[in-house]
Ligand binder design. Structure first.
Ligand SMILES: [Zn+2]
Length: 291
């Protein structure tokens, strides 16, 4: 089976965690002539004109703003992300991070996910959740330290399960109330404290669609940087076909065959499947590709 590339995965950078605690090493990396910077303008990454690659700015071209260390490329050259307003003269365009991710069908999109999630976290965590005092950036952007109570805060990752329930050659897809008309996807929901991935899958399917499942199988995962989700894709076996939808979450749901899924993925069905950037596409394609 060909393994499809999962959007926002496969970063081509060595994250060089050992450098993050070494302020002098980070400063030297920042000043190095080979250092390059991915500017995010209001969380939109700059793409080179034409949209076929990220735009890597030189240090002399970057705006004032928080810079976080992304890592080292294959040649050992440092790469950073900067939160700021770029100069209008740069041959680049600020691009919505979803659109940019879709344009880069390889590991470069993972750099966008890393940069966007971490910079967005800094924007929203300037104050200590423990005591309310201002916090300061540490470890090249991978933690914030409260100067008052000493609490250390780390960029968050929010686990989400996304799953295909299947039974007798049919899989369940649903349309959320805010989805465009005709667009169906795998069901999904946040993992709650105190439950396993398998339990979250079973609970969400029961809450949203009224079905019971067993045999939950993990498939694959992807980061989804809006703002900081980790999508964990799974399959599960349903015990029956009868649905009881929670209409605040699912406006419409249907059981579809592998043939119907293949047609939808090819754009030849009366419903639209998720685009290749999303793990729901991978779940559907993987399921439909099986004999
Ligand atoms: Zn504090």
């Amino acid at each position: 089976m060909t393994r499809l590339h999962l959007g926002y995965t496969g970063a081509p950078l060595d994250k060089a965690d050992h450098m993050r605690r070494d302020a002098a090493a980070i400063q030297a990396a920042r000043m190095h002539p080979s250092a390059r910077f991915l500017i995010l303008d209001d969380l939109k990454p700059l793409m080179a004109e034409g949209g076929t690659d990220l735009f890597w700015a030189r240090r002399s071209e970057i705006p004032t703003g928080l810079a976080i260390f992304l890592g080292l490329n294959a040649d050992g050259e440092p790469r950073f992300a900067v939160d700021g307003k770029p100069d209008d003269d740069l041959p680049a365009r600020a691009t919505d991070a979803r659109a940019a991710g879709a344009l880069l069908a390889d590991g470069r999109a993972a750099i966008i996910a890393q940069a966007r999630s971490v910079l967005d976290w800094h924007r929203r965590h300037g104050f200590c959740a423990n005591c309310g005092a201002p916090t300061e950036v540490q470890k090249a952007g991978y933690s914030r330290l409260c100067g008052s109570c000493g609490a250390e805060h780390f960029p968050r990752v929010d686990p989400v399960v996304i799953m295909l329930a299947e039974k007798d050659g049919l899989a369940l897809v649903g349309r959320g109330p805010r989805f465009p008309a005709g667009f169906f996807s795998a069901l999904a929901g946040f993992v709650e404290p105190g439950e396993s991935l398998e339990e979250a899958v079973a609970r969400e399917l029961h809450e949203e669609a009224g079905i019971r499942v067993h045999g939950v199988r993990y498939g694959a995962s992807q980061p989804w940087p809006f703002p900081s989700s980790l999508m964990m894709g799974a399959f599960a076996t349903a015990e029956g076909f009868e649905l009881a939808l929670d209409e605040s979450e699912i406006a419409e749901a249907r059981w579809v065959s592998r043939e119907e899924v293949r047609a939808a993925l090819a754009g030849e069905a009366d419903w639209k499947a998720p685009p290749p950037l999303a793990i729901a596409h991978w779940l559907l394609a993987t399921w439909a590709g099986r004999p």
